[in-house]
Ligand binder design. Structure first.
Ligand code: MLT
Ligand code: ZN
Length: 474
């Protein structure tokens, strides 16, 4: 849009619509909304709108459509790709859904819960647990990220191997469309074959097609037995072999299977308070999490039997088993604090990529070697969701190198990793989405018919291009 056509938002009308609690215009109040968790971007915005209901949001969207005001939806602001950060123009209004945080319904017979977009993921887990059920989506940012955000980005996390991504946990949606219409699609049906599956269009669209305001989520039986083990493994192939052993014995038991490099585990011990590693000094680790809703599942027996076999085969070198909830949480902390440890150590480049599960060892080896050739001394910190093929192929700056100089090579690093990912039949974005960071990769990875259809969908739903501009599509 030419500059002269871009109008300024009528803040007085917005204020009248949303009331004093619903609109922030003071620069000090707005500041925390202007940059992303990774501090990759800092944008500008005239206001943060905080609607309290779907009707208020719909009226807000109609006003923005009328005045051609671009909007940036925001949940917990935990995007890894700048997906909720406004640009620098100062024209984009941030719309935080934090006040829309009611649990509208929970039905333990239907095994569904209906949450508004601003419900924090951890609160959703807790509400499900109180009702004797399980909402299984789980990842490091769950204490801050919101239901609207995780659906808009189709978040994955640690339990994808068993329960799928956010998309698979969603049955119905309520959406405010870019013209201000409300689509009431909060159906809680397991079967509903009625034309195009519209709800799936909004999941993963990162707010570029409308605002998800509420969702019907699937619940599962709560775990009555759990086991967690940290295992030192011989190498990347051994890590995968151990996964296979567990899956072959009892596919339903594996709730998470996470890989960690020795470098990442050592960074945890170095950078995180009370960062204790019970079996330090190894080059490769896996974290195995088993869970069953059966009270007599015998998971300890399964765990010990598999570890014994794997030790005999030379795959597992040592293991620490969680003997209590506190110990199991402490083992998980080693994995969960990886992003924070990397942040504290200095500059790092993230590569959230996926390959077929069978190719994860090759990905880790080849991408690490290619990056070491590109930047001598670089510290590869691959970790993540090996059980679903999503490895965070992250790189830490070489010791002694300036952070800024390292980050200036981000593009080269991502290209280097992506080259390997492409050869292995993988994806350049597994679970973090595209946001602002990866829009320039869309053409080369999804160009042709796929991107053409995406652009036509965008144009059909949001012809003025007001919904989260500059994200997802190049
Ligand atoms: C995680 O699984 O911890 C994050 O998605 C990975 C990251 O910070 O790169
Ligand atoms: Zn992850």
């Amino acid at each position: 849009m030419p500059d002269d056509l871009a109008p300024r938002i009528p803040l007085d009308r917005l204020g009248a619509l949303l009331g004093p609690r619903g609109l922030l215009t003071d620069p000090g109040d707005i500041a925390p909304y202007l940059s992303d968790w990774r501090a990759l971007y800092t944008g500008a915005s005239p206001a943060v709108a905080r609607p309290a209901s779907t009707d208020e949001l719909a009226a807000l969207v109609r006003l923005c459509a009328e005045t051609r005001t671009p909007v940036v939806p925001m949940g917990g602001n935990t995007s890894m790709v700048g997906g909720a950060t406004p640009d620098e123009s100062g024209r984009q209004v941030i719309v935080s859904l934090a006040r829309m945080n009611r649990l509208r319904d929970l039905d333990p017979l239907d095994m569904t819960m209906t949450c508004e977009a601003g419900v924090v993921v951890k609160a959703a887990q807790e509400a499900a647990a109180e009702a004797g059920c399980l909402f299984p989506l789980s990842f490091g940012g769950e204490g801050t990220a919101t239901i609207g955000g995780v659906l808009s980005t189709n978040a994955g996390g640690n339990t994808t191997v068993r329960y799928g991504n956010a998309r698979e946990l969603m049955l119905g949606l309520e959406v405010v469309l870019p013209d201000g219409q409300v689509w009431h699609g909060l159906r809680r049906l397991r079967k509903d074959n009625t034309g195009y599956a519209l709800r799936h269009l909004f999941v993963g669209a990162e707010g570029t097609l409308g605002f998800i305001t509420a969702a019907v989520l699937r619940l599962f039986a709560r775990a009555r037995e759990t086991e967690v083990a940290l295992c030192a493994v011989a190498d990347e192939e051994a890590a995968l072999a151990v996964f296979r052993r567990f899956r072959d014995r009892d596919e339903t038991a594996v709730r998470a299977f996470e890989y960690m490099s020795g470098t990442g585990v050592a960074l945890y011990a170095k950078c995180i308070e009370n960062g204790v590693v019970p079996i330090p000094g190894h080059a490769h680790y896996v974290l195995v999490d088993l869970a069953s809703s059966r009270p007599d599942a015998g998971l300890r027996g399964l765990l010990e039997a598999v570890l014994e076999e794997a030790m005999e085969a030379g795959e597992v070198l040592d293991a620490a088993l969680g003997e209590s909830d506190a110990q199991r949480a402490a083992l998980w902390r080693i994995r969960e604090e990886h992003p924070e440890a990397q942040k504290r150590e200095g500059a790092s480049v993230k590569n959230d990529v996926s390959v077929p599960v069978s190719k994860t060892p090759e990905l880790i080896r080849r991408a690490s070697a290619a990056c070491a050739r590109l930047i001598p001394g670089v510290r590869p910190v691959p970790f993540g969701h090996m059980g679903d093929g999503n490895i965070h192929m992250n790189l830490q700056q070489p010791e002694g190198m300036e952070g800024a100089a390292f980050l200036a090579r981000s593009h080269d690093i991502m290209e280097t990793v992506n080259e390997v990912v492409r050869e292995l039949g993988g994806s350049f974005s597994a679970e973090h989405g595209i946001g602002r960071l990866k829009t320039d990769m869309m053409e080369s990875w999804r160009g042709g018919a796929e991107l053409d259809v995406m652009q036509r969908i965008k144009a059909a739903l949001d012809p003025q291009g007001l919904m989260n501009p500059g994200k997802v599509l190049p």
